[in-house]
Design a protein around this ligand. Structure first.
Ligand code: SIN
Length: 532
């Protein structure tokens, strides 16, 4: 039995920012299932959107966010995030994040991205996520109040009524069962407050821009525990993932289109104007659908993003990572267009939380991509995700500081240890890899950018035996990271299919051909799922 004040699950920008903000008054344990920098934050290229220039206005950032969210954003949350955003970006800079500045160095060099009406993306060229992750990790290393445990994977949350057999009033979270991947032991971690910051679920799709850790862990743990989860049908497909068999999941940042990149089909025709009057800088839902339609029409494997007109010097300077990586795979982007395809990128839904990051279970919070705060609605605006993570990490820290005098006196509960029963070692990993591949292909083919009722029904039907088989494996075999992830990925797939089937209209990222119109009267609200 282990105990700590605050258990944070995940080491991306949300978890690290929250840890740093609360460390002055609590003891923090931050667990991460792989190495500390294996996060989606680390791969983020674009940057953080915020009103940082005198030429920009808070109202405009709010308006762009609301338009992108297609009627489902919570306006109060949008206003709050947009207003608090600039201070949080300056705070990151004070912590050592080296955002790109103008020639004199007194102002942020702001990037442009789809759906924005002004240049407002603070960036570190095309390595913004890595820059933020590195700066925050350096602060975390130096903080004796924060313990980081790598190779520790959360399995399930400790929910009072389930692990003690009793509860007072509303159920509360007491921590988590955690697999120590180095020893194979399941550890029981008790905490006064547990914070889910485990990122998204891109790995549920065959093609994704996400790192391997993105298996929906936080959302499904919360759902299994009885928390409300919302809007899981809104999976964002990034329009431009590098189409190259050897380059695994390499993103071509939206900032490339922000700097003038043009999408062309195989004939070299700039096709986006046929699909949206905003052309290449339309919001991501519209661009991904345009590419999908173009690929279906021509039967081609990809489309092309052409930025050759900007010249080598500019590209090497502004996009060193993209330029260098493409070159490594034999493509000079200053002379040749980049082959691209859409790929699963971001989960707009998640664990439903209030304006402080608190879920519907007491003492369980969710931050970053794991949370559904109401900011993104049906389609996240580019570069609003890192922004949401830092704003809500700050708000959750304020909440904790207010509540700490009462929370710190909570006594330890008598929690049952994890029971392995008669579980035995799994001898054949193919039992896991086969189901894993099936789920990802199924989701890609049946629950992708454009959906139909028929395909959603087939997906649900084909997933059912995989769910049953995975449940059986979970009881029969000793836990391994792969088995835990398979269990999570199968469940997140089920929740996405369920949410998509409930929304019988088309809105934002959810486009279903049987219901091509938006229906505000029936569906102008969040899709909330809760167990039982
Ligand atoms: C990108 O650079 O295109 C990704 C940024 C984001 O997901 O907002």
């Amino acid at each position: 039995m282990y105990s700590t004040d605050i258990l944070i699950i995940g080491s991306g920008v949300a978890g690290l920012s929250f840890a740093l903000k609360v460390a002055p008054f609590v003891r923090v344990t931050l667990i991460t299932k792989k190495k500390r920098a294996d996060t989606a934050t680390n791969l983020a290229q674009g940057g953080v959107a915020a009103v940082l220039s005198a030429k920009d206005r808070l109202e405009d950032h709010s308006k762009d966010t609301l338009i992108s969210g297609d009627g489902l954003c919570h306006e109060d949350i949008v206003r709050l995030v947009v207003e608090e955003g600039p201070d949080r970006v300056r705070e990151l800079a004070d912590l050592g994040v080296n955002f790109q500045r103008n020639a004199i160095g007194d102002e942020f060099d702001l990037g442009m991205e789809g759906g924005h009406s002004a240049r407002r993306v603070a960036h570190a060229k095309d390595l913004t996520g890595r820059e933020i992750e590195t700066a925050l990790l350096a602060q975390v290393y130096a903080n004796p109040q924060i313990e980081v445990l790598e190779d520790h994977m959360a399995i399930d949350l400790l929910i009072e009524s389930k692990v003690t057999g009793q509860k007072e009033g509303q159920d509360r979270c007491l921590g988590a069962y955690v697999l120590n991947c180095s020893t194979g032991e399941v550890e029981t971690w008790q905490a006064k407050v547990t914070v889910l910051c485990s990122g998204g679920c891109g790995k549920v799709y065959r093609y994704t821009t996400n790192p391997d850790i993105a298996t929906g862990d936080g959302v499904v743990m919360a759902w299994r525990a009885g928390a409300q989860v919302a809007n899981l049908e809104f999976v964002q497909f990034h329009p431009t993932c590098f189409f190259n068999r050897e380059a695994k999941n390499f993103l071509i940042s939206e900032a490339v289109r922000g700097e003038g990149g043009i999408l062309r089909n195989q004939e070299g025709i700039a096709f986006m104007k046929q699909y949206d009057s905003r052309c290449d800088l339309a919001t991501r839902d519209a661009v991904a659908r345009g590419i999908d339609a173009e690929m279906k029409k021509s039967g081609a494997d990809c489309v092309y993003l052409d930025i050759t007109h900007k010249g080598r010097d500019f590209l090497q300077q502004r996009f060193p990572n993209i330029y260098g990586t493409c070159l490594k795979y034999g493509l000079d982007i200053s002379t040749h267009p980049i082959p691209v395809v859409p790929a699963a990128h971001y989960m707009c839904g998640g664990v439903q939380v209030d304006r402080w990051g608190c879920s519907s279970i007491r003492n369980l919070l969710a931050l970053g991509e794991t949370a559904c705060t109401g900011l993104h609605g049906a389609n996240r605006l580019a570069s609003n995700s890192l922004l949401e993570a830092v704003v809500f990490a700050h708000r959750a820290a304020q909440w904790l500081e207010r509540r700490w005098p009462e929370l710190k006196s909570l006594s330890q509960a008598k929690v049952q240890a994890w029971r392995t029963g008669f579980a035995r070692s799994i001898e054949e990993n193919v039992l896991i890899s086969y189901n894993w591949d099936q789920v990802r292909q199924l989701m890609w083919d049946y629950v992708g950018i454009v959906r139909t009722q028929k395909r959603l029904q087939l997906a649900a039907r084909q997933l059912a035996p995989i769910l049953a088989e995975t449940k059986e494996h979970f009881h029969d075999y000793l836990l391994t990271p792969d088995l835990i992830e398979l269990r999570n990925i199968v469940l997140i797939a089920e929740l996405i299919i369920q949410s998509a089937s409930l929304r019988q209209e088309s809105r934002g990222l959810h486009f279903i051909t049987d219901f091509p119109e938006k229906d505000d009267a029936l569906f102008g609200r969040d899709t909330v799922l809760e167990k039982n």
